[in-house]
Design a protein around this ligand. Structure first.
Ligand SMILES: Nc1ncnc2c1ncn2[C@@H]1O[C@H](COP(=O)(O)OP(=O)(O)OP(=O)(O)O)[C@@H](O)[C@H]1O
Length: 262
């Protein structure tokens, strides 16, 4: 596949009287690594759900992997997209084992039933869990894992179908400092891998943006504040407009830091 992985034109999402997204026009090209940043309630998860073909816009047009939403079979499209999100984690059936949670991603389903998996599928699932430092968890029940373990298992699941697009919704939320730094380093290595899928990650914190992420989109109250190359978007001016307070922003050794301006 070449070219545009996501193409949104004039996208709006409304629910009852609320406007969740307004006039979002956004293009993600193959091999780019995007981060969506914004305060609570800005519309980040809504935008990610649009990108995951899980939500249709109220207005505007959306193409995901060159398929137009509304004119394509989303059940064929979804296995081409890997998503790690707490909205998915909440729907994991009680008692589901970690290995089965990763395997079932091949069919974009939750809950193992009677599907057949061959030894190649099982080896791939084990390799992915190993790469994310979770090889010792494969026989555990997902519900018994710590928050950090769950996050890493969900990323292994998202990578299982060898997706063309990888979507990560707040992958570092709830992690302790060591867990966050470990995850950010793993995501940085993934971002640097030319064989890795196009990536879009949602976060509240610029400190969680791994090295190797190329582009950023800032959202506030459902509208795009700025978008483009990460070093052009992560300025004090743009981030202050996004979060609604004066900020000092700096970059050190490839990572970003922001704090309230004194
Ligand atoms: N069905 C709905 N009806 C009305 N408002 C909704 C509905 N679903 C979501 N919202 C509102 O839309 C806004 C955007 O929600 P969304 O989850 O996309 O934001 P977010 O940027 O991901 O937030 P957070 O950082 O807090 O997770 C929020 O203010 C939320 O309360």
């Amino acid at each position: 596949m070449a070219g545009e992985v996501l193409q949104l034109r004039g996208v709006g999402v409304r629910r009852e009287r609320a406007t969740l997204l307004r006039d979002v026009t956004w293009t993600v090209n193959e091999n780019e690594r995007w981060v969506i940043v914004g305060p609570n309630g800005a519309g980040k998860t809504t935008l990610l759900q649009i990108a995951a073909a899980m939500l249709h816009p109220t207005v505007g047009s959306v193409e995901v992997l060159e398929e137009e939403i509304g004119r394509t079979d989303v059940f064929e499209l979804r296995p081409r997209i890997g998503i790690a999100s707490s909205a998915v984690a909440e729907r994991v059936p009680t008692g589901e084992k970690v290995i089965d949670l990763v395997l079932t991603a091949s069919y974009a389903i939750l809950g193992r039933w009677r599907e057949e998996y061959d030894s190649t599928d099982v080896s791939r699932a084990v390799e992915l869990l190993d790469a994310l430092g979770c090889a010792d968890l494969l026989r555990r029940r997902f519900s018994t894992l710590s928050e950090g373990e769950r996050k890493r298992v969900q990323i292994a699941r998202a990578l299982m179908p060898d997706p063309e697009l990888l979507l990560l919704d707040e992958p570092a939320a709830g992690l302790d400092l060591g867990g966050r730094e470990d995850l950010v380093a793993r995501l940085g290595r993934l971002a640097d891998d030319p064989a890795a899928p196009t990536m879009v990650m949602v976060t509240h914190h610029v400190e969680e943006v791994p090295e190797g992420f190329t582009h950023a989109l800032l959202l506030r109250k459902g509208e795009v504040v700025a978008q483009g190359k990460v070093d052009e978007v992560f300025t004090g001016e743009h981030l202050a407009a996004c979060f609604g307070l004066p900020l000092d922003v700096e970059r050190q050794s490839g990572r970003w830091y922001a704090r309230a301006a004194r």
